[in-house]
Design a protein around this ligand. Structure first.
Ligand SMILES: Nc1nc2c(c(=O)[nH]1)N[C@H]1C(S)=C(S)[C@@H](COP(=O)(O)O)O[C@H]1N2
Ligand SMILES: [Mo]
Length: 301
């Protein structure tokens, strides 16, 4: 199976958007010349993915640990200490441990991938992430037989996360995936954007990215990963179960109770902020639809 979203660039020294875009074009040309088997549809989809600007990606955020305003994260996330950083991996694994983030980075292969990103609030971006596959990290820990889910936790540190002094959320922020979703090759841990280290407001030093699900599944600044046989209750499901479920797969046909999910507002789209149709599984239907075969997606939202 060809993962057309996977960019094979390995270098991490891409420091500006123009250079990044040039390299993408060069890579595209090189791939075509080498006779890579890309379908016409895949080429069209790749060409349609124009990355959102660095400024929009890093200044329009949701990260409630720093406040609920879109510009609260960029204003206040600088207070967060991200080094040293420890990620506890526990539960049904062969090698439970407190893993130092630097050691994780040494063990993982970082690559760049351009993914669509769709928030449940009906806005979207296209983000060039750097990171590694979650499956590779889980392999380091050794997932045991009988495991069914992965539970993720964000840091709880009210002294540096000013939004945590409000308790409308039962901190820490929690998310979860089914094991097969977690092991899917599209699922990544992002550690950078545009080849730079990921800014605090985007979830430094390491955040989940699940491109076919609404943005709230992509939990930031992760400190704990638990392999379990029990379905985790994620933060948004806990807050408002009639509006936010466990799956949160992007689906233009299943509306949020309070708004349509059929279209999305493109962030950075200019003066008229165009709306575009939302795609089933955010455009990753071919890769992930089989994970949900036979499920009623209006019931498992
Ligand atoms: N810990 C934590 N992770 C989080 C959130 C949050 O408030 N706290 N917000 C989520 C939501 S609703 C979205 S849309 C994305 C936003 O990611 P971005 O700011 O990098 O675009 O992060 C998700 N991850
Ligand atoms: Mo979101």
């Amino acid at each position: 199976m060809a993962f057309r979203w996977k960019n094979t660039l390995k270098d991490r020294d891409v420091t500006d958007e123009a250079l990044f875009l040039n390299r993408r074009q060069l890579m595209g040309a090189a791939a075509a010349g080498a006779g890579f088997a890309m379908t016409g549809q895949a080429v069209a989809a790749e060409e349609a993915l124009e990355p959102t600007s660095w400024d929009d990606i890093t200044q329009y955020n949701n990260f409630y640990e720093f406040g609920t305003g879109k510009d609260d994260p960029v204003r206040y996330a600088g207070a967060l200490t991200t080094s040293p950083w420890t990620v506890k991996i526990d539960g049904m694994v062969d090698r439970p441990a407190d893993y130092d983030f630097e050691d994780i980075m040494k063990a993982m292969t970082v690559e760049q991938r351009i993914y669509r990103f769709r928030c449940v609030e009906a806005w979207s971006m296209v983000i060039p992430w750097n990171g590694f596959e979650l499956a590779d990290l889980l392999e380091v820990a050794g997932v045991q037989e009988g495991a069914k889910y992965i539970r993720f936790e964000t840091l709880y540190r009210p002294s540096e996360m000013r939004g945590q002094s409000s308790n409308f959320i039962d901190w820490p922020y929690v998310e979860g995936l089914r094991l097969d979703e977690a092991m899917h090759p599209l699922t990544m841990m992002a550690t950078g954007i545009y080849g730079r280290d990921i800014p605090n407001q985007n979830g430094a030093p390491m955040r989940l990215v699940v491109p076919w699900k609404y943005g709230f599944k992509s939990i930031k600044s992760i400190v704990r990963i638990t392999v379990t046989d029990e379905a985790p209750v994620n933060t948004w499901q806990q807050l408002q179960p009639s509006e936010y479920g466990f799956y949160a797969n992007v689906n233009p046909e299943v509306d949020h109770p309070r708004w349509s999910q059929a279209t999305e507002r493109v962030i950075g789209g200019g003066l008229f902020s165009p709306r575009i149709p939302t795609l089933m599984f955010n455009g990753y239907e071919e890769e992930v639809a089989s994970l949900y075969a036979g499920m009623d997606l209006s019931k498992f939202y």
